[in-house]
Ligand binder design. Sequence first.
Ligand SMILES: Nc1ncnc2c1ncn2[C@@H]1O[C@H](COP(=O)(O)OP(=O)(O)OP(=O)(O)O)[C@@H](O)[C@H]1O
Length: 482
Amino acid sequence: MSESRKLIYAATAALLPSCKNRITQRNSKTEEEKRVDRNTDKANMGHGERVRPSKKLKFAVKDDHRSSAVEDENSFCLDEGDDDSRDGEKEGKRRDFSKLELKPDHANRPLWACADGRIFLETFSPLYKQAYDFLIAIAEPVCRPESMHEYNLTPHSLYAAVSVGLETETIISVLDKLSKTKLPKEMIDFIHASTANYGKVLKKLLQDEVIARARIVSENVHGSLGFTISKTAGEVETGHDGLLNEAELAAAAEEKETHAFEIDPAQVENVKQRCLPNALNYPMLEEYDFRNDTVNPDLDMELKPHAQPRPYQEKSLSKMFGNGRARSGIIVLPCGAGKSLVGVSAACRIKKSCLCLATNAVSVDQWAFQFKLWSTIRDEQICRFTSDSKERFHGNAGVVVTTYNMVAFGGKRSEESEKIIEEIRNREWGLLLMDEVHVIPAHMFRKVISITKSHCKLGLTATLVREDERITDLNFLIGPKL
Ligand SMILES: Nc1ncnc2c1ncn2[C@@H]1O[C@H](COP(=O)(O)OP(=O)(O)OP(=O)(O)O)[C@@H](O)[C@H]1O
């Protein structure tokens, strides 16, 4: 794999409840988006009920994770031995806000910020929209009854925030401005702990034997530590700029230096594992510097003029492409919100070969149709690979749409299928586009990820709620929620 693979590390301290097993869902206030929200409420949230995973599910996932290690161990979630009355008592304490110190003008402010990292947003506040945009950038949505929505600060949500250019102090000061109460010290400490080491950990990582061995030393490096150094302008997600003063904006937009080193593609999974909370505890983002990838041929494909991503689709894409590279991760949009256009837009920006994985042959046809509908891809550049359609694209680069099963299948294949799967295995894919990631078990991800070589992985889903215990950590296998 070429040198364009970049790994960006962010230090976090896992002190707060994990984002695992929580619903994440977009919200918006336009009429069109409200319609979409209603669909999602029905589909995912049991008509507006609070949706936390069942205890059974939580335990199953915990067990499943014993070796792959995720932040659940640091979670404030209730212990397995708790009975219902203790659950109720603890929940009661968690919901007791009487100790929070109200600011005099609290009525004008939309947020309640709690010491345990939970944040509640009043949906009737005039500042709702700005606060919503800001919270989506820094926290995980948990649930959204009609008048009060709940969010949670997590290590992953905070490292995603700093990695798109938000400064630690900006996060704290905007939260403070929006909060009805003085920000709890525990929350401030947590934000510092989760973000302080962002971008400063490469040296530390290289002290680890596994990671040091995985490193490829390139000639084009500077400085005694041998990192490649590049400069990018920090970016602030649009939508909450109005809440920041000029100094904060300037700080957030300041030019940033990125230090990087390359690792052996065969070692990617090992390096990721070393960075998990049970080892070095530096959760990782994976980025693809597609503009500087001269090894893989370009795919001549643009969005058609009628393809105009909606603001929330654009927002998801800007999180993925925020710093000029393509960041691996998961985009969560409600049913019917247009995930296909988001996927096609991502492929059109990267302009390299794209492998699109769907759950069944009908979806494969729909994805092939969506590529042709929204992009200028030529018929001979896109093909379907299912048990009924064994197509191959012409030229150096193209899009293959297939199913998870077709790629992961371990049994005997027809000669024709064998040739196609060989091509899929041998090619470097600019983008691995994965539909419906919430229903795909972890072992299937691991298999398709190990069989295929992709620079950027984008998962699409309407919900991150775990459907059953087969699904382990999507953050680890694909990337964080974007
Ligand atoms: N920006 C847009 N402009 C116009 N139409 C759009 C846009 N985005 C999506 N659509 C349309 O909205 C409909 C739903 O899109 P799509 O099937 O991609 O949704 P989805 O998020 O994949 O839904 P599901 O989760 O149900 O599969 C489609 O008819 C699509 O053409």
